[in-house]
Design a protein around this ligand. Structure first.
Ligand SMILES: [Zn+2]
Ligand SMILES: [Zn+2]
Ligand SMILES: [Zn+2]
Length: 116
């Protein structure tokens, strides 16, 4: 499915800083949309902005969890991540949660009954 590019909010261009001119969005190559495999949820780590949270002010970095798309693929069934409780990040906020890879939720594997 094609989704609106989170990093540029569908504009196809981004500004790395407020002093610099707009340049082509590297996430969607300027198209404004990105292909993401269904089913998708909003990326918990960047809250759909596609930007790395708590990056140095005005330095726009793509989100490590969704690679700037703002959405991530998450198959059903899934549950709230037990390690970050859906926030998608660890306490200091700069690094995404390794358990859910920043999604905030984890897929439930049917083979093993234990959710971890
Ligand atoms: Zn884009
Ligand atoms: Zn993200
Ligand atoms: Zn997590």
């Amino acid at each position: 499915m094609l989704h609106k590019c989170g990093f540029c909010q569908g504009r196809g261009e981004v500004r790395r800083s407020f002093k610099l001119p707009f340049s082509t969005c590297q996430v969607c190559s300027g198209k404004g949309t990105v292909y993401v495999e269904e089913p998708v949820i909003t990326c918990a780590f960047c809250e759909g902005t596609g930007m790395q949270p708590n990056a140095y002010p005005y330095a726009l970095l793509t989100c490590h969890a969704c690679r700037g798309k703002g959405v991530v693929t998450l198959k059903e069934p899934n549950v709230l991540c037990p390690d970050c409780l859906g926030r998608g990040r660890v306490i200091d906020g700069r690094v995404y949660c390794l358990t859910c890879k920043g999604k905030g939720r984890v897929e439930v594997k049917k083979e093993c009954g234990v959710i971890r």
